[in-house]
Design a protein around this ligand. Structure first.
Ligand SMILES: Nc1ncnc2c1ncn2[C@@H]1O[C@H](COP(=O)(O)OP(=O)(O)OP(=O)(O)O)[C@@H](O)[C@H]1O
Ligand SMILES: O=C(CO)[C@H](O)[C@H](O)COP(=O)(O)O
Length: 297
């Protein structure tokens, strides 16, 4: 943790919607004139796509699995070093994992490869979205460097629908290939991904209100209006539930630390909840921001 160079992380599984919800954060950063450097969890993969295919085959021959959720396929050392270094100096180096032709062509590279390393630009805070923002293993503790940790967790059927549809439409994978990657990832999902959601300050869990009982045959992603969002707080002081309930039409409390909002209000709920938390981080840093100004914009 670092008052001077804070780190915000949204952590979630592949297809959970961490990239999509980054927009709510971007809006807050813009409103407060905060310079946030965004980084993606996939940058910490250890292998290019062809190298990973070799690793998957090797593991299969040895009767075991390797997946993008675990420590074998990701360099948690590198992630922890970046967070620790950024907290101390506000600097660091990053590269990108290029998923699609759209991402790869500007670098004159192929999808499934890494961009060259580059220095992080100067910033007020580091914003991570990806798989491992709250990871803790025997060797590494990434979570302890994060000042605000948010979990993005659709219920698992919805997560799979989102992953299958995104990977087949945008990333050029076959339905069968995505299904087998879900199966192959299951142990790592349980051991690496889910424990993070007990370390988060706030979890946003989207729950559909339409039938998703066979996620493998779904043709489309349930819309926000076809879902509710369960929002759980942990270790956050002074949460103003009455204010949120008043501001968000249709919101209700389901437990003392848990509020439920209609899916269509997820963006509003995120902004209302996250804004004061970011404001507090900026106050600790000594940067003046005012929520009154934000509300009037
Ligand atoms: N709230 C939402 N409502 C409807 N669709 C959503 C929502 N959130 C995400 N999606 C869809 O789910 C898919 C996966 O979302 P996204 O790419 O943001 O996931 P991700 O967590 O960043 O995945 P990865 O880490 O694998 O890149 C996308 O097609 C996105 O449009
Ligand atoms: O989203 C993922 C993990 O978060 C992908 O599964 C991983 O990045 C590999 O990507 P690709 O299948 O495009 O090579």
């Amino acid at each position: 943790m670092s008052a001077k160079h804070p780190i915000i992380a949204i952590t979630g599984s592949s297809g959970a919607g961490t990239s999509t919800t980054t927009n709510a954060f971007r809006h807050i950063f813009r409103s407060f004139d905060i310079k946030a450097t965004e980084i993606e969890g996939d940058s910490f993969h250890r292998y290019t796509r062809p190298e990973m295919e070799v690793q998957i085959r090797k593991a299969q021959e040895q009767g075991r699995h390797i997946s993008y959720f675990g420590s074998e396929a990701n360099d948690f050392n590198l992630l922890e070093e970046l967070f620790e270094g950024y907290g101390q100096t506000g600097q660091g180096k990053i590269r990108r994992y290029l998923h699609s032709f759209d991402e790869a062509v500007p670098y004159n590279q192929m999808p499934g490869t890494f961009s060259p390393w580059h220095d992080l630009p100067e910033s007020d805070l580091l914003f991570y979205e990806g798989l491992h923002g709250g990871i803790v293993t025997e060797e590494n503790n990434v979570a302890k460097h994060v000042d605000l940790l948010i979990g993005m967790v659709p219920i698992v059927n919805l997560e799979w629908i989102q992953k299958i549809i995104r990977d087949t439409t945008d990333r050029g994978h076959s339905h069968e290939a995505v299904m087998s990657s879900i199966v192959r990832s299951m142990d790592d999902y349980i051991n690496y991904i889910t424990p993070q959601f007990s370390r988060t300050h706030v979890n946003f869990q989207r729950v559909p209100t339409v039938d998703t009982s066979n996620p493998f045959s779904a043709k489309d992603i349930p819309t926000l209006d076809e879902s509710f969002v369960v929002i759980r707080f942990r270790g956050v002081k002074g949460v103003d539930f009455p204010y949120y309930l008043n501001m968000i039409d249709g919101a209700f409390m389901s437990r003392v630390n848990t509020m439920v909002v209609p899916g269509g209000k997820m963006g509003l709920a995120m902004e209302l909840i996250i804004t004061p938390l970011i404001e507090e981080l900026m106050h600790k840093k000594g940067k003046k921001v005012s929520s009154t100004e934000w509300l009037l914009r």
